[in-house]
Design a binder for this molecule. Structure first.
Ligand SMILES: [Zn+2]
Length: 419
């Protein structure tokens, strides 16, 4: 691909100003500063996103769950073919993207995580992109009305001429419908299991029925597209029904195996074969603090993030087997969703047989839910207290922690953001 054209003076000044502000806010301990800096740069040059993306290979990753991890895997895969820029820390709206690209060398590819609400706006600003669409589920209860609306905006965005190719999850009916008008779709079978948010057909409002073979609408016949890449039991990916590839990732769980299958399909579209991509993807073992293990007062704590019912389902799949105790942390700040009644949609019954300690600002709501799920549990006010209480019920000084968004960020601050 041709190297990108040099940026005009105004854009260069905007990038430099953004970087200066980002540096200052980093010193002032306002996070990484990249969003603040990106905001400043975009105000100085509103056309900056288009200019910074011009002449690059752009791959956009979006979905309710797994964006950050999938983007990290994608970055590793694309990096086998040359330099890659990425908003790797989850700053996934235009300011964060601009900040990431402002640091990138000319011609570097870009693996971009994009908030699901911002996909159309970002696509409007790029000349050409591959789109990786993972899934769509309710983020929290009070945002449920948005899921269908987002699917509609995705469907329109997928049909835009800038979209060269969509890598789409064939097992999520909302994603399948959203990708339906794209010029080229590569379907990936992920073995979907979170069906609560898609029981209404996105095409006709009829009822979607899920079974072992997939899903179909009983009214209009809209059904699961035949995937060319498919996740099979044992964390293998089957390509075109023939070639079998063993994933053997450094990240736990079925959800990450599904994310990796999406990445393999995306990388293959750029001529990067699975045999090249996978060794690089296997080096990814922790993403923005997720899956890392921290030491808290001599207890080894593995940190998992789960922001919504589908995310909890995935995280429960990643837990070490019983009797490993679990600390579950729930806040209900703005970024988490104020209304924690979505806890009733999480299958906490699956934690039965483990000892669970509820913590976080909404620990008492969680404790009520655990009681109804008949899960043996305690309640602790602080992370340290919760870890100690949980570890006392285990046998190897190791605990799995699942936290929702702001609780996870608080704990990362507490244990240190770098391993
Ligand atoms: Zn239908």
């Amino acid at each position: 691909m041709a190297p990108s054209a040099p940026l005009p003076l105004r854009s260069r000044a905007a990038v430099a100003a953004g970087r200066a502000v980002a540096g200052a806010s980093k010193v002032a301990r306002l996070g990484t500063g990249s969003v603040v800096g990106g905001n400043v740069a975009l105000r100085l040059d509103p056309g900056l996103l288009r200019r910074l993306t011009a002449g690059r290979r752009i791959v956009i990753v979006s979905g309710t769950n797994g964006k950050t991890t999938t983007t990290a895997l994608l970055r590793a895969a694309l990096a086998t073919a040359g330099p890659v820029a990425s908003n790797a820390l989850g700053a996934n709206m235009p300011p964060g993207i601009v900040a990431a690209l402002g640091r990138a060398e000319p011609g570097a590819a870009a693996a971009l995580e994009v908030d699901e609400r911002w996909v159309p706006a970002v696509l409007e600003a790029v000349d050409s992109a591959t789109l990786v669409l993972l899934n769509l589920s309710r983020d929290q209860l009070d945002r449920s009305h948005e899921v269908r609306k987002i699917a509609e905006t995705w469907r329109a965005a997928c049909a835009a001429p800038a979209v060269q190719r969509v890598i789409a999850n064939a097992d999520d009916p909302l994603v399948a419908w959203a990708a339906g008008d794209a010029a080229e779709v590569v379907w990936v079978g992920t073995g979907g299991w979170w069906t609560l948010d898609a029981s209404g057909c996105p095409a006709c409002g009829g009822r979607i029925v899920f079974d072992a073979d997939g899903w179909a609408c009983t009214a209009c016949g809209f059904s699961r597209p035949e995937p060319s890449w498919a996740l099979a039991p044992g964390h293998e990916v089957v390509v075109h029904g023939e070639e079998r590839i063993e994933l053997d990732l450094g990240l736990p769980g079925r959800a990450n195996a599904a994310n990796a299958a999406m990445v393999l399909a995306a990388a293959d579209g750029y001529g990067i074969a699975p045999a090249h991509a996978l060794p690089a993807m296997r080096t990814v073992q922790s993403v923005a603090g997720r899956y890392r293990t921290a030491d808290i007062d001599g207890v080894s704590v593995r940190m998992l993030l789960a922001k919504n019912p589908a995310g909890w389902q995935e995280a429960i799949d990643m837990l070490a087997p019983p009797p490993r105790p679990v600390v579950a942390a729930i806040n209900a700040r703005i970024a988490d969703g104020r209304d924690p009644s979505w806890l009733w949609d999480v299958p906490y019954e699956r934690l039965a047989g483990r000892y669970v300690v509820a913590t976080g600002e909404r620990r008492h709501d969680l404790a009520v839910r655990l009681r109804y799920a008949q899960v043996d549990h305690g309640v602790a006010e602080s992370l340290d207290g919760a870890v100690a209480m949980a570890a006392a019920e285990g046998d190897d000084d190791a605990v799995d922690l699942i936290a929702n968004y702001t609780a996870f960020q608080d704990y990362l601050d507490q244990v240190g953001r770098e391993p």
